[in-house]
Design a protein around this ligand. Structure first.
Ligand code: ADP
Ligand code: MG
Length: 233
């Protein structure tokens, strides 16, 4: 579904990505872990078209998308959320859900049904008329996550979706993600919450200093000596 080949990107003297290769198959949930500054967000920015890679290519459904504009990648079905929340803070939860979807040719009734259903999944229905800025950080992240789902992307890239969560909200996120995956969505998730990512991911990729250290079975990657050292060292 998505394939990244020899992707490299530098900023001045910083090599943020170095020959990164990986593949995402339909309905997989790929977890990406790595220390701060290891290039995880840069990888998502490069896939979604915010950054142009120095080298390498990005393939989506067998189409080379390395040089196509950001909006075209979104239109093809690549969705995302950001590490720094991008909600309309003074608008209501309900307005936040509907506004991004306006660009799609969907009926108002369909959009409203979809928004209601997603809000229900993450237990935010009671806050529907509240300004986004009045929600807790965890609730805002859940809102940003389900708002991204309003665009009907086939693959959704999530950058630290549980950062700032109260521990009792993690399960809501996990349940929602797994439910959306059962309905056919593919996910790539950058995550620092190791127990959470171990629970949901079908494959884990460990990155350090812009390079893939290891990828594969989550248990094996997580317990690998190189990966443990990159985290502790
Ligand atoms: P992570 O998401 O894993 O914490 P990032 O991808 O944000 O890491 O950053 C990787 C490296 O690239 C860091 O050293 C960071 O300072 C640098 N970097 C990221 N974005 C930029 C940018 N726009 N300009 C300059 N340096 C950047
Ligand atoms: Mg980051």
């Amino acid at each position: 579904m998505l394939r990244v080949e020899n992707l490299s990107k530098h900023f001045g003297g910083t090599q943020a990505l170095k020959d990164v290769n990986f593949e995402v198959k339909p309905k997989e949930i790929i977890g990406i872990i790595g220390p701060n500054g290891s290039g995880k967000s840069t990888l998502l920015h490069t896939i979604t078209g915010i950054h142009k890679p120095d080298k390498g290519s990005i393939w989506y459904e067998d189409k080379n998308i390395t040089s196509i504009p950001l909006e075209d990648r979104a239109r093809l079905g690549i969705g995302r959320t950001f590490q720094n929340l991008r909600l309309f803070k003074r608008l209501t939860v309900w307005e936040n859900m509907l506004i991004p979807a306006i660009q799609l040719k969907k009926s108002k009734k369909d959009m409203e049904e979809q928004a209601s259903e997603l809000l229900n999944l993450v237990n935010l229905t009671h806050l529907k008329n509240e300004q986004a800025q009045n929600l807790s950080i965890g609730q805002q992240r859940l809102l940003e996550f389900i708002r991204a789902m309003m665009l009907d992307s086939k693959i959704v890239l999530l950058d630290e979706p549980t950062a700032g969560f109260h521990p009792n909200m993690i399960q809501t996120f996990i349940d929602t993600l797994l439910e959306l995956n059962r309905r056919g969505k593919t996910f790539v998730i950058i995550e620092h919450n190791i127990p959470a990512i171990m629970e949901v991911s079908t494959k884990l990729i460990a990155i350090a200093a812009g390079e893939v250290l290891m990828s594969g079975n989550p248990e094996e990657v997580h317990s690998d000596a190189k990966v443990v050292e990159a985290y502790l060292g």
